[in-house]
Design a protein around this ligand. Structure first.
Ligand code: AMP
Length: 189
């Protein structure tokens, strides 16, 4: 079976992280979360971490140039070509989506599906306030959701125009949502 390459989109707090782990467990793909990569750079105090931490705390977006470089570097590792990948948190802008297309093109790889985990704004706001991560101040939450609408929502059109988008109702139990996601992936296999 050829390696599955997928993207998962959804507002912060939509359950993307949890579902991503389940998807990768079921399909054997590598979970690449740019948020996790940045948080680990912050924890290690690397140059990248120092640059990113203020932006992340304020709920802003790290520059496309930096993010595209991080992802291109990650794709150069052979585990992704062998096992496939689920990108979580990237692309977040149309510029990043274009970069992803270039990266995949240069590796002669293609994307199977972009999963859009749809959870209404009121529900994700409450979930984020409940989970109380350090960078989840009410102001940062508001900013991230606003950025999602302006920067990331246009990606839905981008993926639709390439016939890759599957929108999944993200409201329900973890098992219910996972079953919907798995059906969507199965429908494209
Ligand atoms: P996440 O865990 O995906 O919610 O990411 C946490 C934070 O990392 C975001 O609020 C951004 O500040 C930053 N970040 C993660 N991925 C990206 C990306 N693809 N582009 C820009 N910033 C990102």
């Amino acid at each position: 079976m050829s390696a599955l390459r997928m993207v998962i989109l959804g507002r912060q707090g939509s359950g993307k992280g949890t579902q991503s782990l389940r998807i990768c467990e079921a399909h054997g793909c590598i979970h690449v979360s740019t948020g996790d990569m940045l948080r680990s750079a912050v924890a290690q105090g690397t140059e990248l971490g120092l640059q990113a931490s203020k932006i992340m705390d304020a709920g802003g977006l790290v520059s496309d140039e930096i993010m595209n470089g991080i992802v291109a570097e990650r794709f150069s590792h052979s585990d992704i070509s062998e096992h496939g990948v689920l990108l979580d948190g990237f692309p977040r802008t149309v510029d990043q989506a274009n970069a992803l297309e270039r990266i995949l093109g240069s590796l002669s790889q293609d994307l199977r599906i972009a999963l859009n985990l749809d959870v209404p704004i009121e529900i994700v706001t409450q979930r984020m306030l409940d989970r109380r991560r350090e960078d989840d101040t009410p102001e940062a939450i508001r900013r991230r959701l606003e950025l999602y609408e302006t920067q990331t929502a246009p990606l839905l059109d981008w993926f639709t125009s390439r016939d890759l988008l599957s929108t999944i109702d993200g409201v329900g139990t973890e098992d219910e949502v996972f079953a919907r996601i798995d059906a969507a992936i199965g429908a494209r296999s």
